[in-house]
Design a protein around this ligand. Structure first.
Ligand code: DLL
Length: 433
């Protein structure tokens, strides 16, 4: 089942020609409208007409998350503010979020891509879809919402939290499809079991999960619990949000919508392009974005491109499940967390030392974040009341900066193991679910 059969199944040559045409236009657009890209291209001695085809892609400079951060909040905008219809944001490295903006056309295109995503997973206008993603700055909620509406499905904008109500909604409104992070889907199934409910009986058909890494084993667990087909979908705020790539009924690789996003896989160390089958960092060039076009955006996500064609008939290239990151970003309950954000918070508290450890673990299916922090000798010898108060203030500040709850343990000076080389600040104990 396709949403836009013509585009999704267009011949490889025709897709390449389309990409070539759009790449030339995208470079020209970025040069003319984004002072940032004009400067970068000028520095490289590249004019807008110098990229003549896909083979010229490698001449273009990379764009990093750091570029968005350095140009916070809207330095990469390529249109006047009055043309912006929507803003979203994801967490940034230093406590400042990465802000992304959309024109009317960008929102339209995103809804189309999300309609393709949902259709690939089998959602039609006959479905009732429950969207269990955050509807605020995070792109998951509204991204799925617009796509499901585009298809004409019945949308339940459930948002996050209140598991009992989520289950009641699912059952009473006879929901047939839902979307959430994979870990929340598992958690909800466990919660239901404890409440004496059997989600298998709800009559659900499919689920679309993403925003964080998950495994085949997790897929099987979710499918077995709900009696559904579970599909992986991938995306990032900088490109639009969800809607960059999705699995089809084959469940073997995610199709990247390549009429919108030109895909490369590179060696994260050398920046060299890698061939199909070779594992490396995903890099995307936006081919149709107006508000914030990006050239060769380094995602930090590690995967590879499939070599063979997909039996589903879609010609857009497939990538494997995201296998990891090339940087130190952690994804905790679908929220991006950089260790440096924790450090920034600690710097505001003179009562704590620079020695800390971030521990990410699982309680059931859900991630939990703990931060062990050494206090000063002085505080260590002081009143319990002061320590409790400090713990509370640290937890409040971390929550406000990270958007996720962190449990703080204040520990004795000298108790966090010192390392000979790089400090071992992160302990990820999650393993595979
Ligand atoms: O997570 C967009 C999204 C929302 C995707 C809902 C899917 C569903 P950001 O908050 O900007 O955007 O985080 C993007 O999350 O670079 C990956 O590291 C990770 N990520 C997203 N989807 C997947 C996935 C949204 N399916 C970052 N598998 C990306 C593994 C994923 N990692």
């Amino acid at each position: 089942m396709y949403w836009d059969k013509k585009t999704e199944t267009m011949g490889a040559k025709a897709l390449e020609r389309l990409q070539e045409k759009r790449l030339k236009a995208a470079v020209e657009y970025a040069y003319r409208n984004s002072p940032h890209y004009k400067r970068l291209l000028d520095e490289k001695g590249l004019g807008p007409g110098d990229i003549k085809g896909l083979s010229g892609l490698e001449k273009l400079p990379f764009t990093y998350k750091k570029d968005l951060r350095d140009n916070y909040p809207l330095g990469l905008l390529a249109v006047p503010r009055r043309d912006i219809l929507r803003y979203h944001a994801s967490s940034g490295v230093t406590g400042k979020p990465t802000v992304v903006a959309y024109t009317r056309k960008d929102i339209e295109n995103w809804a189309e891509l999300m309609a393709r995503v949902l259709t690939a997973a089998g959602v039609t206008r006959d479905d009732t879809v429950q969207l269990i993603y955050n509807y605020a700055f995070f792109t998951g909620g509204l991204g799925f919402h617009y796509g499901a509406e585009r298809i004409g499905a019945g949308v339940i904008p459930s948002g996050v939290g209140n598991s009992r109500k989520q289950l009641m909604t699912m059952k009473d409104l006879e929901v047939t499809a839902f979307s959430s992070t994979p870990s929340y889907a598992l958690y909800l199934a466990e919660y239901a079991r404890k409440e004496g409910l059997d989600v298998w009986d709800f009559g659900l058909k499919c689920g679309i999960f993403g925003a964080e890494p998950w495994s085949e084993r997790m897929r099987r667990k979710i499918e077995d619990a709900y009696g559904i087909n579970a599909f992986d979908n991938y995306g990032l705020s900088e490109l639009c949000g969800p809607g960059v790539a999705v699995e089809c009924s084959e469940k073997d690789g995610l199709h990247v919508w390549s009429d919108h996003f030109l895909l490369e896989v590179i060696d994260p160390e050398t920046g060299e392009s890698l061939g199909p089958g070779e594992k490396g960092e995903l890099v995307f060039t936006t081919l149709q974005k107006e508000a914030m076009p990006l050239l060769r955006y380094r995602t930090g996500d590690i995967s590879f491109i499939y070599e063979d064609d997909c039996p589903c008939g879609r010609t857009h290239p497939r990538i494997g499940r995201i296998m990891g990151r090339s940087d130190d970003m952690l994804i905790i309950r679908g929220i991006n967390v950089f260790p440096s954000q924790v450090e920034q918070v600690l710097l505001k508290f003179p009562e704590v030392q620079e020695h800390y450890q971030i521990v990410v673990d699982r309680a059931g299916a859900l991630d939990v974040l703990k931060v062990n922090i050494e206090v000063t000798e002085e505080l260590f010898g002081s009143d319990v009341k002061d320590i409790v108060d400090l713990k509370k203030r640290l937890e409040a500040e971390l929550k406000s900066s990270l958007d996720i709850k962190a449990e703080v343990s204040l520990v004795e000076p000298g108790s966090i193991p010192r390392s000979q080389g790089k400090a071992q600040r992160i302990l990820d104990l999650r393993g595979e679910v």
